[in-house]
Design a protein around this ligand. Structure first.
Ligand code: FAD
Length: 316
């Protein structure tokens, strides 16, 4: 079923979450068993992230270095199939511009359609470490162009096809939104202009980057509506679970912690203490968001279910 249909039929705020594929060489069994307890909260959909290739330098016995490309977390398509097989959920693969030509994207979308995927989250993707984002030759530079390609396939239009009409896919397309602005955008107004472009080209819903101050989400929703964007805006929630996240989350995702949260985290000296503060914070955030009738609470689990499980038990 489409995400938009799940949202339209919901009697209240839904529960959904995102997982990461396991690192290359690890089995999927542990991940699937780990998230099984979350199924108690009837998630209608589960997102699976996509991770582009990275370049590493392999040293040969003669001392020469060879630049090779490797994927640390392959398997997004296979995990989607496994999720749909094992649990009664819709799997939502993330589809990226970065690292893909348009032809490769088309082939990926054909595979996804054939395994029964009905929803995709269309993203530009981040640049490989310490580089600026660059599209592949004959790839997309922005998520809006990827949305356009997916919507074209929904209309039966494939690349380099002379004979039309072809089989029409029927993907529901989601896109990303940033309550604290995308880090490359010079202003929120600029960012919203291009968010609107994604929606105008056919995106049906928005999932936000994580945030820790609900007021930022509420202000963002108001500005998105002012910009003439009407689609559902699903808030992204991340319970903080480890000491290092106090610095890595703001640095990686370009966001601020509110003062109250920072004060509470500053008093912690162990991962266990941070996790208690993080879970308590996420619970009060989620309760307020449910009261505000948000469409779904979408948890960034990082494939570790226990913190999300504790929050969900208090909220649903
Ligand atoms: P876009 O919408 O293309 O925007 C990128 C930047 O370009 C913005 O600053 C925007 O304002 C600007 N812009 C857009 N269009 C134009 C234009 N026409 N001209 C000029 N400027 C423009 N990354 C992964 O690698 N894998 C994942 O699985 C993944 N999942 C994510 C899930 C969510 C919910 C979110 C919020 C992010 C996720 N990301 C993921 C990270 C995402 O790929 C990065 O944040 C990326 O830098 C931007 O992606 P986007 O789709 O928002 O890009």
């Amino acid at each position: 079923m489409k995400i938009t249909e799940h949202l339209a039929q919901a009697k209240g705020t839904l529960f959904s979450f995102e997982i990461l594929p396991p690192l290359k060489g690890q089995s999927l069994k542990e991940l699937l068993e780990g998230i099984a307890p979350l199924m108690e909260f009837n998630p209608p959909f589960v997102d699976v992230t996509y991770h582009r290739e990275e370049y590493i330098f392999k040293k040969h016995p003669n001392g020469l270095l060879e630049k090779v490309s490797t994927k640390k977390r392959p398997g997004t398509v296979g995990i989607c199939a496994a999720l749909m097989n094992r649990f009664d959920v819709d799997a939502v693969p993330h589809v990226l511009c970065g690292g893909f030509t348009k032809e490769e994207t088309e082939n990926l979308l054909i595979d996804l359609d054939f395994i029964g995927v009905e929803n995709v989250l269309a993203l530009r993707g981040d640049a490989p470490k310490a580089e600026r984002f660059a599209a592949e030759p004959n790839g997309h530079s922005f998520a809006s162009q990827l949305v356009e390609q997916i919507v074209s396939m929904n209309a039966g239009k494939y690349l380099h096809e002379e004979t039309e009409p072809s089989f029409q896919t029927d993907f529901c397309v989601g896109v990303a939104g940033y309550p604290e602005k995308h880090f490359e955008a010079p202003s929120l107004k600029f960012d919203l202009k291009y968010l609107k472009e994604k929606v105008d080209r056919g995106a049906s819903y928005i999932v936000t980057q994580m945030f820790f101050d609900n007021q930022k989400y509420f202000d963002y929703v108001a500005k998105v509506r002012e910009a003439g964007i009407e689609v559902p805006i699903i808030p992204g929630i991340k319970p903080i679970t480890a000491l290092n996240q106090i610095t890595t989350l703001p640095r990686t995702f370009f966001l601020d912690f509110p003062d109250d949260l920072t004060d509470a985290l500053e008093k912690c000296s162990t991962n266990a203490q941070v996790k208690e503060v993080g879970i308590a914070w996420a619970i009060q955030q989620c309760k307020e968001l449910v009261k505000a009738q948000v469409p779904s609470l979408h948890f960034y689990t990082m494939s570790k279910a226990d913190a999300t499980l504790r929050v969900a038990k208090e909220v649903f």
